[in-house]
Design a protein around this ligand. Structure first.
Ligand SMILES: Nc1ncnc2c1ncn2[C@@H]1O[C@H](COP(=O)(O)OP(=O)(O)O)[C@@H](O)[C@H]1O
Ligand SMILES: [Mg+2]
Length: 353
């Protein structure tokens, strides 16, 4: 089994030209310092508030000629404005550039994404992983309590501050969904695949509506990746990933020599988050509680080191040993499900009933 390679994707532009440059003045309120990141929707810049002299992050939408993207950008601002939580990035302001490009101003998170963090730090202890993921679970709990689903939870959308005390914050609510029934914005048509394939729940991979439990699945994928350095399913196409998920192929064993986490943590990931049927997954609220218990273990109890036994010892049917193009499954995707394999979709429907 190949271990996944991590690359800070956001440092690469997706063919979009850099829209703003150092010294640009935004509506007499902010001055651009430099580009921080480029994602599927926009560009994020470090800037300085001309009023407070504080650093801020400004996200601009780069493709304005798409109504759906404009709606999503508006929705991101709306969701952030209705959430105030220490593990969710704060929005400070929003507006339009003179050419009508919309932007949002956020607190600047000085640090790095979990994606970059993973590329630098290998062999994290399980206690360290719990410390990183408990705030993610708390952020999700707050998000879900308001009726929102993130839908694109992945290491690139989790930021870690470099100053002490280290903080962990969720960003990028660009494809988030409002589950409130009377929500006026229903941006995504049923049957649309949205998110990042490598972190997608089975229901998202097959174009069904994402729920809060879909975020819990993504949480499980990230946690597994933190502990092992690899994704639970190594596939180089969405089709292959769908097949592995449908077969409910067990994630591969942890390579020997790895710091082994307690059975409770393994069970939490494998049996309570990475579950095919969404209603069988735990909630973010329960995740927080389970992680708090594990955290208390980490300090109080000598832990059982024989743990990854609960993972399948079978040669994993789904293990792909040839070179694996992880990047193809790592970008935020919006694709209509009609491209999916019909036969697999029927199988999915049978299994999910
Ligand atoms: N508030 C912030 N502070 C610092 N960096 C940020 C902030 N928001 C986003 N970034 C960086 O910019 C990248 C792209 O932002 P994101 O909101 O994920 O955009 P997209 O929707 O285009 O993926 C992130 O992965 C992160 O590295
Ligand atoms: Mg992003």
């Amino acid at each position: 089994m190949l271990s996944a390679t991590h690359s800070p994707h956001h440092l690469f532009t997706t063919g979009q030209s850099v829209r703003l440059k150092k010294g640009d003045n935004i509506n007499n309120n902010y001055e651009i310092i430099h580009l921080i990141g480029t994602g599927s929707m926009g560009q994020v810049y470090l800037a300085r508030s001309l009023h407070t002299q504080k650093e801020v992050a400004i996200k601009i939408l780069t493709s304005q000629n798409c109504t759906t993207l404009l709606k999503r950008f508006d929705q991101e601002a709306h969701i952030l404005a209705s959430l105030r939580h220490e593990n969710i990035v704060s929005i400070l302001d929003s507006g339009h550039l003179p050419d009508t490009t919309p932007f949002i101003v956020m607190e600047y998170i000085h640090g790095e994404s979990l994606e970059t963090y993973l590329a630098i730090h290998h062999n994290l202890s399980w206690q360290h992983c719990v410390d990183l993921m408990l705030p993610v679970a708390r952020g999700l709990r707050a998000l879900h309590a308001k009726g929102f689903v993130h839908r694109d939870l992945k290491p690139d959308n989790i930021l870690i501050t470099s100053n002490e005390p280290q903080q962990v914050k969720l960003v990028d609510f660009g494809v988030a969904r409002n589950t409130n029934k009377n929500a006026s914005l229903a941006i995504t048509r049923a049957g649309t695949l949205i998110g990042t394939p490598a972190y997608m729940s089975p229901e998202q991979l097959f174009g069904d509506e994402a729920s809060c439990r879909s975020d819990v699945y993504a949480f499980g994928v990230i946690f597994y990746e933190l502990l092992t350095g690899q994704l639970p399913h190594s596939a180089d196409s969405i089709q292959m990933l769908r097949q592995l998920v449908l077969k409910q192929v067990a994630p591969p064993k942890i390579p020997s020599g790895y710091p082994k986490p307690p059975k409770q943590l393994v069970d939490l990931i494998i049996q309570k988050t990475l579950i095919f049927t969404s209603s069988d997954r735990i909630t973010a609220e329960e995740l927080v509680h389970e992680l708090l218990v594990l955290k208390s273990y980490a300090y109080d109890t000598p832990h059982d080191l024989s743990l990854f036994e609960t993972l399948s010892d079978l040669p994993s049917e789904g293990s792909i040993t040839q070179s694996f193009d992880r990047d193809s499954l790592l970008a935020t995707t919006t694709e209509h499900i009609s491209k999916a394999d019909e036969r697999l979709y029927k199988e999915y429907l049978n299994k999910s009933q």
